[in-house]
Write a protein of this length. Structure first.
Length: 258
């Protein structure tokens, strides 16, 4: 399997050369990291769950007209995607105060925000992804003014749709991080902005509606345990994996897939 050329290897994913020009294969690893990779673990089956959850969300977003890089899932851990030039920004949308917003502004976790907030962070591990403003993005040419407007509009549409999707599954979408890329169609001069990367419990904060239980990567960051089980619960509630069963279900679902 690994005869293919690796185009990029990140902390949780590997990108391989795709079968046709303009495509890549995105492979979901079980590796998980936090705090600039100072904290690391391998969570058995996490990659399989994130592959399925991201497929599900990207497919639903495509159906409502959000352009994404997702083409199709290939197997338990891989999906075929369009090759894009990644815009070097992490776009965070927040509905409820948590994480770095709570730390930065001293706002209690769980406080409803007056309206969704869109924030930008410059993608740089060495600099610890510093927060940046529209001024920096324009001055340094990370995105054109048109791309910036498109990204904000898309991020808010993604938030609207995903908030409803998770609400239907008894989950509050607290915040999430997405990334965008430029897709160069052969017969077009102007690139199109596509939603790229992944959307999964690794990149969202998801709280159970009734109990407030965390169903996302904060379980790993904060040593709460039951990380894969929480991701499987999200998948079950979204109807991606079958109801009933306990962690055995997860094990049988993810087993033998590496
Ligand atoms: P915060 O800024 O509060 O740490 O994160 C806001 C949201 O963006 C959270 O849902 C968090 O999981 C996500 N997020 C921020 N940075 C990253 C990152 O580098 N990788 C991933 N997977 N998610 C991130």
């Amino acid at each position: 399997m690994s005869k293919r050329r690796i185009v990029y290897e990140g902390k949780a994913k590997i990108l391989y050369e795709g079968p046709e020009p303009g495509t890549l294969i995105q492979y979901f690893k079980d590796d998980t990291t936090a705090f600039d990779a100072q904290k690391k673990a391998v969570l058995d089956g996490k990659g399989v769950l994130n592959n399925r959850i991201s497929e599900f969300i990207m497919t639903q977003l495509s159906a409502i007209g959000i352009p994404t890089h997702f083409i199709r899932r290939l197997n338990m851990r891989e999906q075929l995607i369009r090759k894009v030039e990644i815009i070097p920004l992490e776009v965070v949308v927040r509905n409820i105060a948590a994480g770095s917003l709570s730390t930065r502004l001293g706002m209690p976790e769980g406080q409803q925000l007056p309206r969704p907030l869109v924030e930008f962070y410059y993608k740089s591990d060495a600099l610890h992804d510093p927060m940046v403003s529209e001024e920096h993005i324009a001055a340094f040419g990370w995105a054109t003014p048109q791309e910036y407007d498109d990204i904000i509009a898309l991020a808010l549409r993604v938030n609207d749709f995903m908030s409803g999707l998770f609400a239907g599954a008894g989950i509050r979408l607290v915040d999430f991080k997405i990334e965008f890329g430029r897709y160069f169609e052969t017969d077009h001069d102007m690139p199109r902005i596509l939603l790229a990367d992944e959307i999964s419990p690794d990149s969202c904060r998801l709280w159970d509606n009734k109990t407030g239980e965390k169903l996302d990567k904060d379980r790993f960051r904060r040593d709460l345990g039951g990380v894969t089980e929480a991701y499987a619960e999200v998948a079950r509630r979204l109807g991606i994996i079958r109801e009933s069963g306990d962690t055995d279900n997860v094990v049988s679902f993810t087993g033998g897939s590496k």
